[in-house]
Design a protein around this ligand. Structure first.
Ligand code: ADP
Ligand code: MG
Length: 184
């Protein structure tokens, strides 16, 4: 029988290890290299390990078409950072990669978005989790499904189902996962 002491601590506590899915994207300055560096940088964040990483998928831009094609991937991390601390850390990595402020859906050296953080649901002025727009973005759903075929959103929807009903969007693999997959 479970003892009261087995009850998990609150998920926003710094010492909890939470699984989060991160979307990576780039369409400037050698996108494949940018994503490979970003995976290493993610793995180097405090209290954070990259557990799985998808192949890299090239695809045409959403929104303004006067920009290069994107390369996208999804990573599964385990992290002790709170959602807010993780967001700040990701913004720090974007800045280090040389990202300048851009127009909405405009070209960028590196974009790192939190797709899910455990099964938390958050709506603050700076952070929306699950990330809005997941259901329309095949370039997020395909690599996510690749590394986690059974993954679900906190509301129970399967990533596989969202992928099967997402709008058409051409994708092709341009590079393998950049780190060996660790087993945990
Ligand atoms: P986008 O990724 O939509 O192209 P940006 O990368 O410029 O846009 O992010 C704009 C803002 O979105 C960030 O400053 C951040 O505060 C906010 N944001 C809200 N929810 C998330 C999330 N889940 N992951 C990353 N950023 C988020
Ligand atoms: Mg972003």
């Amino acid at each position: 029988m479970r003892q009261a002491t087995d009850t998990p601590s609150p998920p926003d506590h710094e010492s909890d290890n939470v699984h989060a899915f991160i979307a990576l994207g780039s369409n400037l300055d050698q996108p494949v290299k940018q994503l490979a560096q970003a995976v290493s940088a993610l793995d180097g964040l405090p209290g954070t390990q990259v557990l799985r990483i998808s192949h890299m998928y090239a695809n045409p831009p959403m929104g303004p078409q006067d920009q290069p094609d994107y390369v996208n991937a999804v990573a599964l991390i385990a992290t002790c950072l709170t959602p807010g601390a993780l967001l700040e850390a990701l913004k720090g990595l974007e800045q280090s990669a040389g990202r300048l402020s851009t127009r909405v859906w405009g070209a960028r050296v590196l974009d790192l978005d939190i797709l899910t953080y455990g099964d938390r649901v958050l709506n603050t002025p700076v952070l929306t989790i699950p990330h809005p727009g997941i259901a329309e973005r095949r370039f997020v759903l395909a690599p996510w499904h690749e590394i986690a075929p059974d993954a679900r959103l906190p509301d129970g929807r399967l990533i596989a189902e969202l992928l099967s009903s997402a709008p058409e969007h051409p994708l092709h693999i341009v590079a393998p996962p950049t780190i060996s997959q660790k087993r945990h």
